[in-house]
Structure formats: structure tokens, C-alpha cells
Design a protein around this ligand. Structure first.
Ligand code: ADP
Length: 460
């Protein structure tokens, strides 16, 4: 397996290498082609210039040729790579480069052939015949032999070499620069990824306190680091709750067990008479433990993965009235007033579970509202959901604890709740059932005093 940095560097280098190679190739080819066209054109122009010069070597008055001039033009042309053979009108040879200096001709032609072979441009020598004009009259002809389709002079070959060298060095420089840039870029990307992976490993090893510090300039990587931090926070919170759950459960069990244990021991050792009152007190503690077990069992059932909802249309107001009636002995016993208001709002839900939600909320309202208090259940609806609110003018919940009361075993004030007998499981059950229905539940402060619980259940 290759590292991210190696892969990025490799990919960037490959792209750069290809681009530079392609650029060099294309520019080289275009420049060469243009230059060839230019040189070929130059050869034509040069030939025409030679012919024009030769025309001036003819004296039309004396109808004679100037041999010195012919010789000069012939020699200059020869040095330029053009072999001339000049004829008069009758076709007799006036001047012939080969005839004049065979060795020099051979040498010049050999040089040109060598040069062109080196530039890998295939071609060969060929003769082209032009008429020599003086005024409007044709006074002779010239056969010009040169290397075709084009040939380079020494200066031109030098120019091409320099150009290629410049292109090559620009390519090498661009490659080196982009390799450097690629390396830096991949380092910038790979570094935070490696760091985030190390943090994730630490988290999986149980170190939930670790966080990715600082910000990363790449947005997606910054999001990744943020997600890992969020994961660590969530796990830390879960861990905290799990530890608390164990501690709370132990506490819940120890207190009644210790009480029952002490009572029974005293009675067994004859220190206490087993009076009906003492036995009843033991019985109450045992019942409390039974209730706790039942609560835990119910919570496990609604929190389990196999929570199946038997959905049917449920009228929330109707359900609220039924629960109120069932709890009548309790709220009447405390001299509370309980009202149920609202229109008929029907939602698809599991009737038994919704009754459980309302029972838990109402039992709490009854528990945490002093005598003569008021409890109000109201049912309304919005376009998408049915809304059920339970409010009381009881002891209320401190602001900072509002988000926590739905956690298992959470109680706002342990000693206070202990007297009411709750173990802090009721609201956890409420939340699980409501969430399973796709709804929400929240607790809020009431303006005057007391608290309000609002449950929403989607209509579809
Ligand atoms: P419990 O069995 O202790 O009532 P719950 O999960 O039902 O457990 O409630 C959690 C805690 O939330 C309670 O201990 C109590 O402190 C607080 N609480 C719940 N309902 C009310 C309410 N209507 N008024 C004030 N406090 C409440």
C-alpha cells in the first residue's frame, strides 16, 4: 500500500511530466515546420535573386556577357550552397561551378549533405533551370543545383540548436518547479490526514479526551478533523453516561437492599420483633426494587433494536383523557386539578406506547406538583404533526438541566426525587418511544413556575 503523499506526488509529477513533454514536442514541431517553410521560401527567393543578378551581367548594346561578374555571382552563390551552370542563348556554357572548382564544389555539397543528415531532414541535390532576362529579352539560362526541399546554413543550424536548448531548459525548469510545488501541496494535504488518522486511532484505543487542535486551510480536511472531534466528544459523553449509569444502578440497588438486609438481620437475631409494620417496610423496599427492574425492562424493550410499533390512527386527546382517568386516584389524592383541552388530532402511532408516554409525563407532573397545584394537558397540531403538551405549576426544572433529564437515571435532585420514588427512567422511555415514532420531545420552563413537556408526532 502506498502513502497518500507518495501517490499525490506521483500523480502530480506524471501530469506535469506529460504536459511539459507535450508542450516541448508541439512547440518544437511547430517551430521546426515554420522554419522549414521559411527556409524553403528563402531558397526560391535566393534563386530568383541569382537569376536577376545574372541578367545584369549581360550588355545588350554589345550583346556580350561580363565574365568577371558571372564569376563573382557564381562564386558567391557557390559559397551559399547554390551550384550554377550558366548558358548563353545558343546553349553554350558560359560559366560552370563544377568545371571552375571541382574540389570546392564537392566540399561544399558534402558539408551541406552532412549538416542535413544530422538534422534528420531527408532530401537531396536537384537542378532547377531558369531563363536569364535582360530587359524583355531572354539572353540565356542558368541551371541552379541546391539541396532540396530545403537546407540549412551553418547559422541556421546554430539557431535551431539554441532554440531547442532553450525549450529543453525551460521544460526541465518547469518540471523541477512543479515537482517542488507538487511535493509541497501533497505534504500540505497528507499531513493533516495523517494527524487525523493518528487521533482516530487514539480514540479507538479509548482516549476520548484527545482533539484535533487548530484549523486546516483545506475545507474538506477541516470538516474531517471537525467530524473526528465531534466523534470523540460524542464517545466521551457516552462513556460518561455509561459510567454514571453503572454508578446510579449500583446506588439504586444498594440503598433498598441494605435497608432490607439490616431489617431482616435484626429480626433474625432477635433484636427486633418481626412486627407487621417492619415486615411491611421490607415489603415496600422489595416492591420498589421490583418496580425498578420493571422500569429497566421496559426501557430495554423500547431502546432495543427490535422495537416494533403496531401503528394505527390514534386520537391524542382521547388517549390523554383515558390516561387522566386511569391516574385519577393519584391526582385527586393530592388535590390537584387536571384538565385536558384540545381538538381531536389523529396521528398514526402505536396506541399502547403513546399511552405509556402520556402516563410517564402525567405521573411526573403529579409527582413534582405540590398539593392544590394545576396540571394541563393540551393537544394541538401543525401541518405536519400532532402536538401534545403537559404543563404543571410544580417545582420546575433548572435551566441547565433541561437537556439532561431525558438521560437514564438522571434526576434533578437526588434526595428530592428519592422521596418521590422515581429512578430517573421514565423520561428516557418517553424519548425512546417518541423517537421511534419519528417525533420529538422537549422540556421547557413555564413563564410563571413549573415545567412544560412538548411531544410532537408526525402525521404521516
Ligand atoms: P423519575 O422516575 O425520577 O421521575 P424521570 O425520567 O421521569 O424519572 O424524570 C427525570 C427527572 O426529571 C426527575 O427526577 C425530575 O427531577 C425531573 N422531572 C421530570 N418531570 C418533571 C416535572 N414535571 N417537574 C419537575 N421536574 C421533573
Amino acid at each position: 500500500m502506498r502513502s497518500l503523499r507518495a501517490q499525490l506526488s506521483l500523480a502530480i509529477s506524471m501530469v506535469v511530466l506529460l504536459t511539459v513533454a507535450l508542450l516541448s514536442l508541439v512547440s518544437n514541431l511547430t517551430v521546426n515546420r515554420q522554419f522549414e517553410a521559411y527556409v524553403t521560401e528563402q531558397e526560391k527567393v535566393q534563386s530568383e535573386t541569382i537569376v536577376a543578378h545574372l541578367g545584369t551581367a549581360y550588355n545588350s548594346l554589345s550583346q556580350d556577357w561580363n565574365p568577371d561578374f558571372l564569376h563573382t555571382v557564381g562564386m558567391y552563390s557557390l559559397y551559399d550552397g547554390y551550384l550554377l551552370k550558366i548558358y548563353d542563348r545558343a546553349g553554350s556554357v558560359l560559366w560552370d561551378a563544377e568545371h571552375h572548382d571541382m574540389t570546392l564544389c564537392g566540399q561544399i555539397m558534402g558539408e551541406i549533405s552532412d549538416r542535413m543528415e544530422k538534422t534528420k531532414s531527408a532530401g537531396g541535390f536537384s537542378a532547377h533551370t531558369y531563363e536569364i532576362q535582360s530587359g524583355a529579352k531572354t539572353v540565356g539560362s542558368v541551371s541552379v543545383t541546391y539541396y532540396g526541399p530545403f537546407f540549412y546554413s551553418e547559422g541556421e543550424v546554430k539557431f535551431l540548436h539554441t532554440l531547442n536548448a532553450v525549450l529543453l531548459s525551460v521544460g526541465v525548469f518547469a518540471l523541477a518547479a512543479s515537482l517542488g510545488a507538487g511535493w509541497l501541496l501533497s505534504r500540505r494535504i497528507a499531513r493533516p490526514v495523517v494527524k487525523t488518522a493518528a487521533i482516530a486511532r487514539q480514540i479507538s484505543a479509548g482516549n476520548y479526551g484527545i482533539r484535533f487542535e487548530g484549523t486546516i486551510k483545506t475545507r474538506e480536511l477541516n470538516d474531517l478533523a471537525g467530524a473526528v472531534n465531534y466523534l470523540a466528544e460524542a464517545l466521551q459523553e457516552q462513556e460518561r453516561l455509561r459510567k454514571r449509569l453503572t454508578a446510579d444502578l449500583a446506588h439504586e440497588l444498594r440503598t433498598p437492599l441494605a435497608a432490607v438486609g439490616a431489617h431482616l438481620e435484626a429480626m433474625l437475631e432477635g433484636i427486633w420483633e418481626p412486627t407487621p409494620d417492619r415486615l411491611r417496610s421490607c415489603h415496600e423496599e422489595v416492591i420498589r426494587l421490583g418496580k425498578l427492574a420493571a422500569d429497566l425492562e421496559r426501557l430495554a424493550r423500547v431502546e432495543g433494536e427490535d422495537l416494533t410499533l403496531r401503528k394505527a390512527p390514534v386520537d391524542l386527546t382521547c388517549a390523554a383523557r383515558t390516561v387522566c382517568a386511569a391516574l385519577e386516584p393519584e391526582w385527586k389524592g393530592k388535590n390537584l386539578t387536571l384538565t385536558v383541552e384540545g381538538e381531536s388530532v389523529t396521528v398514526p402511532a402505536d396506541g399502547d406506547r403513546i399511552a405509556q408516554v402520556i402516563t410517564n409525563l402525567l405521573s411526573n407532573a403529579i409527582k413534582y406538583t405540590p398539593e392544590q397545584g394545576h396540571i394541563r394537558v393540551s393537544v394541538t397540531h401543525s401541518e405536519q404533526e400532532g402536538i401534545l403538551a403537559v404543563e404543571d405549576d410544580g417545582i420546575g426544572i433548572p435551566e441547565e438541566e433541561l437537556p439532561l433529564i431525558f438521560e437514564r437515571f438522571y434526576r434533578t435532585d437526588r434526595s428530592r426525587s428519592r422521596s418521590t420514588g422515581g429512578a430517573g427512567i421514565g423520561l428516557a422511555i418517553v424519548r425512546s418511544i417518541v423517537t421511534a415514532h419519528g417525533g420529538t420531545v422537549r422540556a421547557e420552563h413555564r413563564d410563571g413556575k413549573g415545567s412544560r413537556f412538548v411531544v410532537t408526532i408526525p402525521k404521516v
